[in-house]
Design a protein around this ligand. Structure first.
Ligand SMILES: Nc1ncnc2c1ncn2[C@@H]1O[C@H](COP(=O)(O)OP(=O)(O)OP(=O)(O)O)[C@@H](O)[C@H]1O
Ligand SMILES: [Mg+2]
Length: 142
């Protein structure tokens, strides 16, 4: 599951009927995300890190999932669908690799809509961009 092939396949299965480019990496700059030429390299690094974290119990399961989710959306591998894809990836790691329950991302709200939960989510990701993970840990209930 912690492989480039799985990451691409999940995006393709989620969005393949909507976008013909689903399951292929971003090739243009966006205001969020690393330089497109860095996407595959940084994703490889993240997947290697995540494998190490899982094998060595570096973090609690929820903290691992939160850190993994943030890094994945920070890389922003795809032109669109990054948030939804990376939330499902984090839940897949929790439920399939760690035998833990999934994160309650929406917390009773509609996370895709504009509301207070969505604002907290984006603010917590921004804080994590600045290397403060604490709000995101609180958000996921770690
Ligand atoms: N400052 C930030 N740092 C890291 N990630 C961010 C930041 N701001 C937003 N994001 C992530 O980018 C996502 C939006 O990117 P994109 O439109 O590709 O994904 P999406 O799945 O279409 O979004 P949505 O969450 O609206 O379903 C957000 O859901 C969030 O996960
Ligand atoms: Mg979008």
């Amino acid at each position: 599951m912690l492989s480039e092939a799985f990451v691409l396949e999940l995006h393709k299965r989620l969005f393949g009927s909507v976008w013909k480019w689903a399951g292929t990496f971003r090739r243009t700059e966006k205001n969020i995300g690393v330089d497109p030429i860095q996407v595959a390299i940084q994703l490889r690094q993240l997947l290697d890190d995540a494998k190490y974290w899982v094998e060595h119990g570096t973090y609690s399961p929820k903290e691992l999932a939160a850190r993994f989710h943030h890094k994945l959306v920070f890389i922003h591998p795809f032109p669109n669908g990054n948030g939804r894809h990376a939330r499902i990836m984090a839940d897949a790691v929790l439920t399939k690799l760690l035998n833990e329950p999934a994160i309650d991302w929406a917390g009773g709200y509609r996370l895709e809509a504009m509301n207070k939960r969505r604002d907290q989510y984006i603010a917590a990701l921004r804080a994590a961009d600045g290397h403060d993970i604490s709000d995101l840990l609180e958000f996921v209930g770690a």
